[in-house]
Design a protein around this ligand. Structure first.
Ligand code: FPP
Length: 271
C-alpha cells in the first residue's frame, strides 16, 4: 500500500501508518484510559503521579487521531463510580488536572481544528470546573475537524436513565405521553452522544477485559481492542497499532460478512 503519510506523524507512527488503509479507518474511536494507578505504583509514586503522566498520553493520542483524520475520539476520563469511590484528595486532584489540561491544551486543540464536547452528568461537577469546561467548549466550538469528547462523571446506565426521562419530558411537552413512540432512533436521539456516530472501535489500556459502564448502548457493534500498555505509556503510535489490528478484523454486524449482507446464497435459497 502506498499512500501519503499525514504531516506531523513521528517516524515510528509513519512506519505503522504506511501499512494502514486510509479508506478503512474507524470514524469514531472510544478509549477507556486505565492503569494510571498501576503505572505510579510500579515507580513507587503516589497514584496522582500516574494521572499527571496520563495527560501526556492524552495529548499524543488526541494529536495523532486528529492528524490521521479520525472524525471522533471519545475518552473515558472520569466515571460516576470514580467520583463516589475514590478518596476526596484524588478526585480533587483529577478536577484540578482537568482544569489545567483544558487551559493548557486549548491552543493545540485549535491548531488541530478539534472541537471539544463532554458527556456525563456535568451539573454534578464543581462549579469552577463546569465553567472552565464551558469556556473550552465555546473556544473550540467553530472548529470543523475531529470531535474530542471527554466522558466526565459519566455512567452508561445513568445516560440511559437520563435518556428515558428526556423522552418522557419531551413527549409530555408535545401532546402527552400517550403519543410517545419509542424505537432505536428515538433512544439514540436522547443519549448524550446524539451528535456522534456509534464508535467502530473501543480501546482499553492496562489489560482489563471490561467495559466498566462505558457507552453500553453505543458499543453494541464496536470492535474491542485491549492492550497491556498502561495509559501513561500509551502514545499515538499505540493508537495506530490498534488501528492495524482493527483493519484485520472482519466486521459482521450480526451478518455473515463485513457489509452485513451474505455473499453466499442463504441456505433457504438452495431448497
Ligand atoms: C484510570 O486509571 C484513569 C482515571 C480514572 C483517570 C483518567 C485521567 C487521566 C488520563 C488524566 C487526565 C485526563 C484528562 C482528560 C485531562 P486508574 O487510576 O483506575 O488506574 P489503576 O486501575 O491502575 O488503579
Amino acid at each position: 500500500m502506498q499512500h501519503k503519510v499525514p504531516a506531523g506523524l513521528s517516524h515510528k507512527e509513519a512506519e505503522i501508518y504506511r501499512h494502514l488503509d486510509p479508506e478503512k479507518l474507524p470514524k469514531h474511536i472510544a478509549i477507556i484510559m486505565d492503569g494510571n494507578g498501576r503505572w505510579a505504583r510500579r515507580r513507587h509514586l503516589p497514584r496522582v503521579a500516574g494521572h499527571r503522566a496520563g495527560v501526556a498520553a492524552v495529548r499524543s493520542t488526541v494529536e495523532t487521531a486528529a492528524r490521521i483524520g479520525i472524525h471522533a475520539l471519545t475518552l473515558y476520563a472520569f466515571s460516576e463510580e470514580n467520583w463516589k469511590k475514590r478518596p476526596r484528595s484524588e478526585v480533587d486532584f483529577l478536577m484540578r488536572l482537568l482544569g489545567r489540561y483544558l487551559r493548557a491544551e486549548l491552543p493545540t486543540l485549535n491548531a488541530n481544528n478539534i472541537r471539544l464536547e463532554y458527556i456525563g452528568r456535568q451539573h454534578e461537577l464543581p462549579q469552577d470546573v463546569q465553567e472552565r469546561m464551558q469556556w473550552a467548549r465555546e473556544a473550540t466550538g467553530r472548529n470543523t475537524g475531529m470531535v474530542l469528547t471527554l466522558a466526565l462523571n459519566y455512567s452508561a446506565r445513568s445516560e440511559l436513565v437520563d435518556a428515558f426521562r428526556s423522552m418522557l419530558l419531551t413527549a409530555s411537552k408535545n401532546g402527552g405521553i400517550e403519543h410517545l413512540r419509542i424505537d432505536e432512533d428515538t433512544v439514540c436521539n436522547h443519549l448524550y452522544t446524539r451528535y456522534l456516530p456509534d464508535p467502530d472501535l473501543v480501546v482499553r489500556t492496562s489489560g482489563e477485559m471490561r467495559l466498566s459502564n462505558f457507552l453500553l448502548w453505543q458499543l453494541a457493534y464496536a470492535e474491542i481492542y485491549v492492550t497491556p500498555t498502561l495509559w501513561p505509556d500509551f502514545r499515538g503510535m499505540h493508537l495506530l497499532e490498534a488501528l492495524a489490528e482493527y483493519q484485520k478484523r472482519e466486521r459482521r454486524y450480526g451478518g455473515l460478512n463485513g457489509d452485513g449482507h451474505a455473499h453466499e446464497q442463504p441456505v433457504v435459497a438452495h431448497k
